[in-house]
Design a protein around this ligand. Structure first.
Ligand code: FES
Ligand code: FES
Length: 152
């Protein structure tokens, strides 16, 4: 069985299928940009994209992504290593404080803009609701997503 993570096909051994997906991503693949927070699908720190939908990974199993396309924050930058415009906007807008929520926020913003490249601020606020920013810099996060819509 296979999955695709950040554009790379990964073979999944039978014994790994029941492993927690977040632990697989962080420990086996060493993709530690995906953060571990509450581990009960409440904080959004562990958000990844599965088939371009922003979803939490802390209560999923590896078998849940068989045959699917997964993206973590490490797969988000451009091929030349440059930051994606949405990542750059987070920096430019001052939308990063401690940074713990940032991977989940960026991926959630991307999933929204992928579907709707002209969202209202209310739509952006609603989209990022599943991700909690403990530093509470929500206005700047909304600014960053709003300012990047033109690139989608
Ligand atoms: S760690 Fe998954 S939602 Fe908090
Ligand atoms: S920047 Fe600290 S949790 Fe959001």
């Amino acid at each position: 069985m296979k999955t695709t993570i950040n554009g790379k096909e990964i073979l999944l051994r039978e014994e790994i299928l029941e492993k927690n997906l977040l632990e697989f991503i962080r420990e086996d693949l060493d993709l530690t940009g995906t953060k571990k927070g509450c581990e009960i699908e409440v904080c959004g720190a562990c958000t990844i994209l599965i088939n371009n939908e922003a979803v939490t990974s802390c209560r999923k199993l590896v078998k849940d992504v068989v045959g699917k396309s997964v993206m973590t924050i490490e797969g988000f930058e451009n091929e030349d290593g440059a930051l994606h415009p949405l990542q750059q906007a987070f920096i430019d807008c001052g939308a990063i404080q401690c940074g713990y929520c940032t991977p989940g926020m960026v991926l959630t913003g991307h999933a929204l803009l992928f579907k709707n490249n002209n969202p209202t601020r209310e739509e952006i606020k609603e989209a990022i609701t599943p991700v909690i920013c403990r530093c509470t810099g929500y206005q700047q996060i909304v600014d960053a997503i709003e300012n990047t819509a033109k690139f989608y």
